[in-house]
Design a protein around this ligand. Structure first.
Ligand SMILES: Cc1cc2nc3c(=O)[nH]c(=O)nc-3n(C[C@H](O)[C@H](O)[C@H](O)COP(=O)(O)O)c2cc1C
Length: 189
């Protein structure tokens, strides 16, 4: 029993204090407000919005509370739904700085999470997600852009490799590149 108790502990991510180290990962078309509130009742100390490109987030700002298909409910939240990570799916040429600044200015979330993990053909095929495991320089630039544009802590979501094959393991060199970012550190253990 004592061992189990030690597994759950508070975590500090920048200025965001989490009561525990259990988090709900972002899930496209799943982790809306109702789902997140349920996850919190079951012990999640942090939840995330579903992945959205910078363009989609800025569209949300224009259509807040409006047409769901136009992103009206993308960042819908409530006071009990905190702390909240807003997941961003960056890609080359996207207005990442504007989207990161908007999330902070609107108080729409407490931290920004950049998705360098999604390997799906639709996402990676459009130059998003796990493709940046193979391009750590671009990933570092995205992290720096988001961190400069917004006062919120920036986290990243990654996977072992772009594919599941043994030859395609990018995580170690990728994380080594990211340690060059001032203040960068792994998820506290
Ligand atoms: C339906 C579905 C949607 C997902 N959408 C996202 C997403 O928007 N962003 C993301 O980073 N990962 C996404 N993922 C990956 C999950 O966050 C998680 O990393 C993955 O399911 C592995 O965790 P598990 O082993 O607990 O299932 C999604 C997974 C599923 C099943």
């Amino acid at each position: 029993m004592a061992q189990t108790e030690n597994l759950v502990h508070p975590v500090q991510i920048g200025r965001v204090a989490l009561a525990g180290n259990l988090a709900l990962a972002p899930m496209h078309r799943r982790t809306g407000l109702a789902f997140r509130l349920m996850a919190r009742r079951f012990g999640a100390a942090l939840t995330h919005t579903e992945m959205a490109t910078p363009e989609e987030l800025l569209r949300w700002e224009r259509h807040r509370g409006g047409n769901r298909r136009k992103g009206g409910s993308l960042l819908a939240s409530s006071p009990e739904d905190r702390p909240l990570g807003v997941q961003i799916l960056p890609h080359r040429g996207a207005p990442l700085a504007e989207a990161a600044a908007m999330v902070a200015e609107r108080g729409a979330g407490d931290l920004l999470d950049l998705n360098f993990a999604c390997p799906s053909k639709r996402v990676a095929g459009e130059g998003c997600g796990a493709v940046y495991l193979r391009d750590p320089e671009a990933a570092v630039r995205f992290v720096e852009t988001a961190a400069r544009a917004s006062p919120l802590p920036v986290t990243i979501k990654v996977r072992y490799g772009y594919t599941d094959s043994e030859e395609d393991r990018h995580l170690a060199p990728f994380l080594t590149s990211l340690t060059a970012i001032p203040g960068g550190r792994p998820w506290p253990r």
